[in-house]
Design a protein around this ligand. Structure first.
Ligand code: NDP
Length: 323
């Protein structure tokens, strides 16, 4: 079977590619620049890559850029989308446009390839929880929840807005097409890095451990292991009855609890010692994960996921092993 993975060099996608190769798939990965060895080099070290991985140049905003690469493929994993929170000066150009137009660009190419049976889209919990619904430890968030674009705009949560609008457009576009759409909505993804560059969710934890972040935010986020996220994509592709959205979070933690976990598993490193601002502590809530478990996934604990991320940051030299 031949599948396409967009943004193949990314944190999540690299694990998707690794597991696909291990399962015998032929993988066509799209990247912005196949010659950028710092970004893509790790992919050629994956088992099976020599025989069954090819890289193809495609920018999300280049009209028709995915037309050729999806021809003859059985499925598409659309993971590429900008994820950053620092240095946003033009949300439309930096986040909204590549996420929304990019998703439509990929889906339009899929609609012209009769071979494609299923598209698995990487959305986010950012497209689920960013709304004014009250949150408390009793609240259970499930797949019916959606982030509210107006709320995201008011909060200047541009990344959330990009993921919400991109997922909405995807569902609209995929109606009545010859392929079906399945969506994965992961929370903050942590765990070991395969790539040598640093992605946003890993950098957030690294900045705490290096003392760059001195005060933690008064917010609660869900967390999930990158290997579970990758497997969820593959199960959602392989299992014929998979349908709709799949929320993916092992546990929701307030930053205060993240700091406590980091203190326990990595006592040698720095941690932010106080919370930004005043006011009551943001509540935690539950993100349901029983739907994804019906695909056969048993989620790795957040504690193990943080420990794996820290080991990986040490191995790759981002975190000194002696401090
Ligand atoms: P990475 O930054 O590691 O990967 C993002 C990928 O998207 C990269 O391959 C990047 O290419 C590509 N990309 C960005 N802009 C463009 C563009 N204009 N044209 C082509 N490719 C582009 O992030 P993650 O692996 O963390 O994110 C992967 C997906 O998972 C995204 O859809 C993200 O929204 C989603 N997600 C991530 C979460 C997390 O905590 N990490 C949580 C929930 C969802 P390049 O390397 O060239 O920039």
């Amino acid at each position: 079977k031949t599948v396409v993975v967009t943004g193949a060099n990314g944190f999540v996608a690299s694990w998707v590619v690794k597991f696909l190769l291990e399962r015998g798939y032929t993988v066509r990965g799209t990247v912005r620049n196949p010659d950028d060895t710092a970004k893509v080099g790790h992919l050629f070290g994956l088992s099976g890559a020599k025989e069954r991985l090819t890289l193809h140049k495609a920018d999300l905003l280049a009209e028709g850029a995915f037309d050729e690469v999806v021809q003859g493929a059985d499925g598409i994993f659309h993971t590429a989308s900008p994820y950053f929170i620092k240095g946003i000066t033009d949300p439309e150009a930096q986040l909204l446009s590549p996420a929304i137009k990019g998703t439509l660009n990929v889906l339009k190419s899929a609609s012209k390839a009769s071979s494609v049976k299923r598209v698995v889209l990487t959305s986010s919990v950012a497209a689920v929880t960013n709304n004014d619904k009250p949150k408390s430890p009793e609240v259970i968030v499930d797949e019916t929840w959606w982030s509210d674009p107006e709320y995201c705009t008011k909060q200047k949560s541009w990344y959330s807005l990009s993921k919400t609008l991109a997922e909405k457009e995807a569902w609209d576009f995929a109606k009545d097409k010859h392929f079906d759409l399945v969506v994965i909505n992961p929370a903050m993804v942590v765990g070991p890095l395969l790539q040598s560059t640093l992605n946003t969710s890993s950098e957030t934890i690294l900045d705490m451990l290096k003392g760059v972040t001195k005060e933690y935010l008064n917010v609660s986020f869900g967390y999930v292991n990158v290997k579970d996220v990758a497997l969820a994509h593959i199960f959602a592709y392989e299992i014929p009855t998979a349908a709709g959205r799949y929320l993916l979070a092992e546990k929701v933690l307030h930053y205060e609890e993240v700091v406590e976990i980091l203190k326990k598993i990595a006592p040698a490193y720095s941690r932010p010692s106080k919370m930004v601002g005043e006011g009551p502590k943001a509540p935690t809530y539950t993100i349901k994960h029983d739907k994804v478990e019906t695909l056969g996934l048993k989620l790795i604990t957040v504690e193990d996921s943080f420990a794996e991320l820290i080991e990986s940051l040490k191995d790759s030299g981002y975190l000194s092993s002696t401090s």
